[in-house]
Design a protein around this ligand. Structure first.
Ligand code: C2E
Ligand code: MG
Ligand code: MG
Ligand code: MG
Length: 281
């Protein structure tokens, strides 16, 4: 009966919503502890130069393994870390850890680190990046930062200034998930990115889908006229690799080449791959 199910009010205010709020709150709490308890790690996914068929960089991807519960996707916890501000200390940990990992790789291979919009709203980002480089000894030329267009969403003068300062340090800046936001095009005008990463939603239906091919062509054309190189994300098949290469993408990333690997496994993988043209596509 209604009585045994608890107060009517509770039922009226959608239990589902209450549950979601509660799990968000729990997630926030657990996230904070996770950083202290060392529950985060980084996975690294190779980025390949299609023409030369060799690995040029690896993207650092944050992983959270909750003891007794298993892995949580960054798509679920990064937004919560953003809301709570935890992304700032967590992001610093990622930066430093990514630099440390890269020191173990051949010099020709860079590391790409994702930055959240919230990391741009404070003044300390440039200093944090400089400190990570200095303390680890990784040259700035081996670090690349990936940002999504939401960083520039609010005409934020500080964000623009920060981006220019990072670029002046010799760090490459890539616009991630290109084409998924609503004003990707206007951002190209406002900030000179070095690289555009085409979102994998445009790669997924290649080569068969004419609309995806048209979007790919348009983005490659834009990239050319702005002097930016293009990386295709989410390349899973040899047909997709051939298509994006033929259309002018210089770089690609995806399960075809490698899934994201642990820090230990990526070092071994890169040592084996060094100087060897990649096979398999
Ligand atoms: P992203 O930066 O666009 O990263 C690419 C995502 O695509 C990764 O998901 C990667 O595992 C996945 N991926 C790579 N190749 C393939 C493929 O061939 N097929 C498919 N289906 N997926 C592929 P992941 O690791 O789950 O990360 C999701 C997002 O979380 C990232 O998207 C990024 O926005 C965010 N993220 C990850 N690590 C960090 C971090 O350290 N800081 C911040 N701020 N965000 C991060
Ligand atoms: Mg990325
Ligand atoms: Mg992306
Ligand atoms: Mg993405």
């Amino acid at each position: 009966s209604a009585k045994t199910e608890g107060p009517g009010l509770y039922r009226f205010f959608a239990p589902e919503m209450t549950q979601r709020l509660q799990s968000r709150r729990a997630l926030r709490h657990d996230l904070r502890e996770a950083l202290e308890n060392g529950e985060f790690s980084l996975a690294f996914q190779p980025v390949v130069a299609l023409g030369e068929r060799r690995i040029v960089a690896c993207e650092a991807l944050l992983r959270w393994f909750r003891p007794g519960r298993g892995p949580v996707s960054p798509a679920d916890f990064v937004p919560v870390a953003e809301e709570t501000g935890l992304i700032v200390p967590l992001g610093r940990w990622v930066l430093r850890q990514a630099c440390v990992a890269a020191l173990d790789w051949p010099d020709s291979i860079s590391v790409a680190v994702n930055l959240s919009p919230a990391q741009f709203t404070g003044p300390g980002l440039v200093e944090a990046v400089a400190a990570a480089l200095e303390e680890t000894g990784l040259p700035a030329s081996r670090l690349e930062l990936e940002i999504t267009e939401s960083v520039l969403l609010h005409e934020d003068a500080l964000a623009l200034e920060t981006l220019h300062a990072l670029r002046a340090m010799g760090i490459g800046i890539a616009m991630d998930d290109f084409g998924t936001g609503y004003s990707s095009l206007s951002y190209l005008q406002r900030f000179p990115f070095d690289k555009i990463k085409i979102d994998r939603s445009f790669v997924a239906d290649l080569p068969g889908r004419a609309q995806s091919l048209a979007i790919l062509r348009a983005i490659v054309g834009l990239g050319r006229s702005f002097d930016m190189t293009i990386t295709a994300e989410g390349v899973e098949t040899a047909d997709q690799a051939a298509t994006v290469e033929a259309e002018g993408c210089r770089y690609a990333q995806g399960y075809l080449f490698s899934r994201p690997l642990s820090q230990t496994d990526i070092s071994a993988f890169l040592a084996r791959a060094e100087g060897v043209a990649l096979a398999g596509w």
